[in-house]
Design a protein around this ligand. Structure first.
Ligand code: CA
Length: 406
């Protein structure tokens, strides 16, 4: 009687299994996939389907993948290609490297700074198949080759009286002398030859409206004399705006505080300060923060016209100037729900290669978006969001952004 038991148990198990199949129709209730494979049903005609981990193949993932390309010997997303055995070559595969990488196994990140592409004292940052130059003002452009240092016309008159305004004006000599903003021109001559703020103005400023968006790389300041006494601005801040309503202060290069520029130490010497990074604005304001006797100022602006040509450069999705952390999305899709097959937002780089080579949304809906943070340089937009409205199959995207960063 002892021998009948296992047989009966097996029969029950068999019955149980077929019952399960009838009720649930799910072959994956028991994972048939070996070596950590993931079992799926409802794919093609087969009762179940295994997604095998790297290095395994076969219907239930029990076979080891063979060949020199498994596992992939190429680094940095290089593509392994088999070479037909002709007897005269010693390798049976080659690695096709993505841009910016070389070496037999794509193991070398090419130093794109090697040729020293940054001119005029710019510092070079090595990227994937590209580089970025950090230019010292007044130099601009991809390789710091543009010299943005034209005197914009406070002294020369290209900036008209009507373009100048101020928070307040000082009236001297029984109210007959108006030290108005239209007088704040570098090297202006005469008895009344500068702008002076009212003695009662607790936060004075003077503004120039450039009438169009321009690049500003620096400012020259100068004091003046009133009744023989030197008056000047010893320290000041600079703010700028595109619309004349919302102003942004120039920040310190090292910490997130308003930058205080060193002003004048006498009434006549010109003091020059450069903006790093350069400002892109239509309106610029000088805010005196420390004055000798009174806030009296003559000044000139240094800059140049916007150069449209430079504003169509790739902003760094492909070259990785934009880091993975700067790219976010509303959701991500995982092939068969497997973590290793996640279509991450940072896969949305142009020309990204590999099996999962783009960002894909979890659901196809108009609320899905991809977001990218741009840099700390003042910008029209620091965040760019792409909202798919129509798509083929899944919402899947690779992207590059064109523009300029100053
Ligand atoms: Ca590189």
């Amino acid at each position: 009687m002892k021998s009948a038991r296992p047989w009966r148990a097996l029969l029950f198990l068999g019955l149980g299994l077929s019952l399960l199949l009838v009720v649930a129709g799910d072959f994956c209730e028991v994972n048939h996939c070996q070596n950590g494979g993931t079992c799926l049903t409802g794919i093609n005609e087969a009762p179940f389907f295994c997604i095998c981990p790297e290095g395994y193949v076969g219907i239930d993932c029990n076979e080891t993948e063979k060949g020199p390309c498994h596992p992939n010997p190429c680094h940095n997303n290089g593509e392994c290609q088999l070479v037909p055995n002709r007897g005269d070559v010693f390798t049976d595969y080659i690695c096709k490297c993505p841009a910016g990488y070389d070496g037999v196994h794509c193991q070398n990140n090419k130093n794109d700074c090697h040729s020293q592409p940054c001119k005029n004292g710019g510092t070079c940052l090595d990227l994937d198949g590209d580089y970025a130059c950090k230019c010292p003002s007044p130099f601009l452009g991809k390789t710091c080759h543009i010299r943005c240092a034209v005197l914009l016309g406070m002294e020369g008159g290209a900036i008209s009286d009507a373009q100048l305004s101020a928070s307040s004006v000082y009236y001297g000599f029984l109210g007959l002398q108006r030290w108005g903003p239209e007088l704040a021109r570098l090297n202006n001559q005469g008895i009344v030859n500068a702008w002076t703020s009212s003695n009662y103005d607790k936060s004075p400023w003077i503004q120039a409206n450039l009438l169009r968006k321009m690049r500003l790389t620096g400012v020259i300041t100068q004091g003046a004399r009133r009744v023989g006494q030197p008056e000047y601005v010893r320290a000041y801040k600079v703010a700028y705006s595109l619309d004349g309503r919302e102003f942004t202060f120039c920040k310190d290069e090292k910490q997130d505080i308003d930058k205080v520029f060193q002003g004048n130490t006498d009434y006549g010497t010109m003091q020059t300060n450069m903006f790093n990074p350069p400002i892109t604005a239509q309106f610029i304001r000088i805010y005196p923060v420390m004055c000798r006797r009174a806030c009296t100022l003559r000044f000139e602006l240094i800059g140049c016209e916007m150069n449209g040509k430079c504003c169509s450069e790739p902003l760094g999705m492909k070259s990785r100037l934009i880091s993975d952390q700067q790219i976010t999305a509303s959701s991500v899709f995982k092939t068969w729900g497997i973590d290793a097959l996640t279509w991450h937002p940072h896969y949305a780089r142009l020309d990204k290669m590999g099996k999962t080579n783009a960002w894909t949304a979890l659901h196809n809906g108009q609320s899905e978006w991809l977001q990218k943070n741009v840099f700390d340089v003042p910008f029209y937009a620091r965040f760019v969001r792409i909202l798919p409205v129509a798509w083929h199959n899944r919402i899947t995207l690779r992207v590059e952004l064109l523009g300029c960063d100053e």
